[in-house]
Design a protein around this ligand. Sequence first.
Ligand code: ACO
Length: 341
Amino acid sequence: MEIPYKILGTGSFLPELVVDNEMLAKIMDTSDEWITSRTGISKRHYCVTETTSDMAIHAASNAIEMAEMDPDNIDFIIATTLSADYTTPNMASIVQAQVGAKNAFCFDLNAACTGFVQALDIAMRYLNTDERKTGLIVSSESLTKLVDFEDRRTCVLFGDGAGAAIVSNRQADGSDLPEANIYESFIGADGTGGEFMTGKAFERANHPFIPEDMVFEPDRFGHETGKYLSMKGPEVYRFATTAMPLAVEKAVERANLPLEAIDFIVPHQANDRILQASAKRLGIPTEKMISYIAETGNTSSASIPICLDKEVRSGHIRRGHTLVFTGFGGGLTYGACVCIF
Ligand code: ACO
């Protein structure tokens, strides 16, 4: 479809503490060689005093600044996270209050690592109306709240951070955009693979009417207790290397473009080997599949907008480039969007 839109600004925030592979190797049975060769990750950022909402506010403010946007003119905020600080207020409302976007309606969305792609797709559908609209998408994750540092199979993969983008169907000054842009997406899910990536939100019911001698069975994913992320790595790997290329192909096909017309794919940063295998499966040069994972590890839904912001600010991604954002994650969820920057 053709929608009048522009990505007016991007932003990101990474916490100050940098933890490299050597630091992890000092506290658990792992090595720089294992982590780098299996994942491409060299370091990641960890929150200490920063919270998920703090990072979201920083990333959103950076995007608003780049867009030269008056916060009063933001009509909606979609926040994506699986590591929110609060169940209520939602993170989008916390960001709204802090950046002063008092006219925006706000909601949070959890599609795990596919969150940014899913949020962008919803935003584009709001923009594709007769109304004049501007949206702020902000994705922020503190995965260190959720990972088990006794589980070397998962903890070495994840980091904390936030990214944001302002999308609008008008220019920052409120004037019309010169022309409509191509936008297409393909979003999917396979709930039968839910067990491959799980993290428990709350303990069971704990009201006063539960018999004291009640013995609960493990829950549907076999959780006895605990809140930590649990992952079946090889199964997720197989899913990722199939689902991401499929979503990219379908979205590009819907946009009626040849794959060669894509300047860059900005993928969810989970594992460099997944990115290389996906590029190979698509038959595109690996240079077009942007990898930033060495610096951040996997920051779940924040990884795509962080990567986008870094590439935009370095000048690698420029106005007019045709981009595909693509992600996969717990759910299992996956998707891709074709956008012109
Ligand atoms: N350091 C050293 N050795 C390790 C470590 C570690 N950190 N972790 C695992 N190992 C060992 C294992 O114990 C195993 O040893 P064993 O054979 O003696 O039992 C060996 O390394 C191989 O383990 P595998 O799990 O089979 O390793 P694999 O080659 O599959 O790589 C990895 C693991 C990197 C996790 C890979 O499966 C992967 O990337 N999967 C996808 C993960 C992903 O994308 N997750 C996020 C998606 S969802 C989201 O983003 C929220």
